[in-house]
Design a protein around this ligand. Structure first.
Ligand SMILES: O=c1ccn([C@@H]2O[C@H](COP(=O)(O)O)[C@@H](O)[C@H]2O)c(=O)[nH]1
Length: 278
């Protein structure tokens, strides 16, 4: 999906919601365990309940690869079931020496080879240029690079200052900006970072940001919008547990929809406030 198509979807759906698909077999309703592929059955129901309310889906790959071959099959079926008008994110946080990154890119982008054709992949940039650039070689595919993450441990490295007072996450963005463009690169910035978005926007005014951390991690959507929204919206705000595990009963899909509606409504207000939609 191109940047222009993504922006159009945001305007059409009046939403910049990304629904996370971190499907944990111990948390899904027990009646689904009778299905041949409970993880896929759960995902299919969540997608049907939310597809008109969100513009993106983000399966976290750990939740699939932890089940080995069976998990990869669930992921492949899930990817096939994603609506074509939604941006797909494989949250795998890959990155390795160049030839290995090239294989990761094939695994997630090259549908003919791997059966998976995600629009984007999350990337850990620690290994530098050759670990990131193979993902940028694919037309209309995106590298979503970790910048300032939502977790407590992000403070261990990402805020480190060099002699000039520049923080590591700023250096990451400046450097990655020289390899990719706002047409093929996004940055991960946690919703828990509040005013930190101001600094991010100094370095990446035009890029889309993937923003996890609302819902279960307590990040504030209104702070994210106040400090992080740009003229095209420039935000994909993810919620996973807050939506998909709103209920663990038979009403799980309806309850997921209700939670997604609450976020979509808040997002619509923010988009109107910013003059992006009427
Ligand atoms: O900084 C980051 C980067 C990635 N994540 C991932 O996003 C979702 C968040 O799930 P919630 O249930 O909404 O907390 C999950 O897949 C994380 O691995 C993140 O949280 N923070």
């Amino acid at each position: 999906m191109t940047r222009a198509e993504l922006i159009q979807q945001i305007k059409t759906k009046r939403s910049f919601l990304c629904v996370g698909l971190d499907t944990d077999i111990t948390k899904i309703p027990t009646h689904l365990l009778e299905e041949e592929d409970p993880i896929f059955a759960f995902n299919k129901a969540i997608i049907a309940a939310t597809e008109d309310l969100c513009v993106a889906y983000k399966p976290n790959i750990a939740f699939y690869e932890s089940y080995g071959v069976k998990g990869w099959l669930s992921l492949q079926k899930t990817w096939e079931a994603l609506p074509k008008n939604c941006f797909s994110i494989a949250d795998a946080k890959r990155g390795d020496i160049g030839n290995t990154s090239n294989m990761y890119a094939q695994a997630f982008f090259d549908e003919q080879q791997s059966g998976l054709g995600f629009d984007s992949l999350t990337i850990a940039p620690y290994m530098g240029n050759d670990s990131v650039t193979p993902f940028l070689a694919y037309k209309d595919k995106w590298a979503i690079v970790l910048a300032l993450t939502s977790n407590q441990g992000s403070l261990d490295f990402q805020n480190f200052k060099n002699a000039e007072g520049k923080q590591l996450f700023e250096e990451v963005i400046d450097k990655v900006n020289t390899w990719g463009t706002p047409e093929n690169t996004m940055y991960v910035v946690g919703a828990t970072r509040g005013e930190g978005f101001l600094k991010i926007r100094e370095h990446a005014p035009d890029h889309f940001l993937l923003v996890p951390g609302v819902g279960a991690q307590g990040g504030s959507l209104s702070d994210v919008c106040q400090y992080g929204m740009n003229k095209d919206c420039g935000l994909l705000v993810n919620s996973t547990r807050g939506i998909i595990y709103a209920s663990q009963g038979k009403d799980f899909a309806e309850r997921a929809r209700e939670e997604a509606i609450l976020l979509q409504q808040e997002m619509e207000v923010e988009l109107i406030k910013a003059g992006i939609i009427d």
